[in-house]
Write a protein that binds this ligand. Sequence first.
Ligand code: SF4
Length: 360
Amino acid sequence: MLDWNDIIDRGKRGIGVSEDEGLAITALRESEDLQQLLDAAEAVRFHHKADYVNTCGITNAKSGRCPERCNFCSQSAHFKTAAPKFTTKAADTIVEEAEAAFAGGVREFSIVMAGRKISSERDLSTLEDAFRRIRESTGMQTCASLGLMTKPDLERLQKAGMQSMHHNLETARSYHAEIVETHSYDDEVETLRNAKSLGMYVCSGGIFGMGETWAQRVEMAIDLREIDVDSVPINFLNPRPGTPLAEKNDLTPVDCLKIIALYRLVLPTKDILVCGGREMNLLNEQSNMFKAGANGLMMGNYLTTKGLNRDHDFDLIESLGMAIRPPPHAPHPPSVPPAVRAEGTDLAGLTEKNLAVPSK
Ligand code: SF4
């Protein structure tokens, strides 16, 4: 039996639920229980994050032909897919994209490159140049997702202006080898620890709906807490044609809300961002992702799939009485003025059974 008052109280004090409580959360099925779960997640989210929403945009700066074999990924050279293939973009192009994202209201910008790791001095110099210029011209929070990272490379990029590092664990340790065949879970963890040791803001989560169990979803959340990541991107599998997971499709919108709420309650003080696959997996429940405990989202297009128009997301945020959070230490005010807080989201009748889930 979960003691919701105690869970909320501990969450507000920054103490996440235990593994056993996490497992009990994943077993919740009834409408009343799900409502209590979302109420608890929202209370903890509001306590730590108020009604500010982190917005993150990315550029796919180097795409395809990746020698790694990650079974969800259309950029792996091991699979025949329609993913774009191009070598590293020029710094000018990356900076232009960052400035356009900033003008469009995005407040964190990540440069993403396919590959096991940064493979050349040329790529490193391009990144240094891009980070310096993006910081100068926009003041945006800068991030990169560049595969496995050594401490010296991270240090160089940090000096140039890279503030955050994104690197997903992808899935739980006990399921990782089923999904990622060419590098290990420990390799991923080492990259995270390298960035943490430099004081970088570390963003790491995974992809849900790849065949993992609920227990494995809890397992990864507990590991992320132990590593002390700062932000957790939650992606829901958008199965890519040509990959080994092309036919996987086993999440309901309620599963997605439960996953978001679970992560909020395991990691009460951290940023929880909803990223890839949210449109096709959350469907009409997208408006409840903040109610479930998320305090951020990725905007615009994803790496190899299209996202919603940014205006759609801004309208949603505004309609909920929430506001875009400015980047830390930046001189720019929030692009949307804080509005009246939306109270009493009505989730009555929310059950796994009564939500229609169209085939995807
Ligand atoms: S997830 Fe990254 S490392 Fe894995 S195949 Fe895709 S691009 Fe390569």
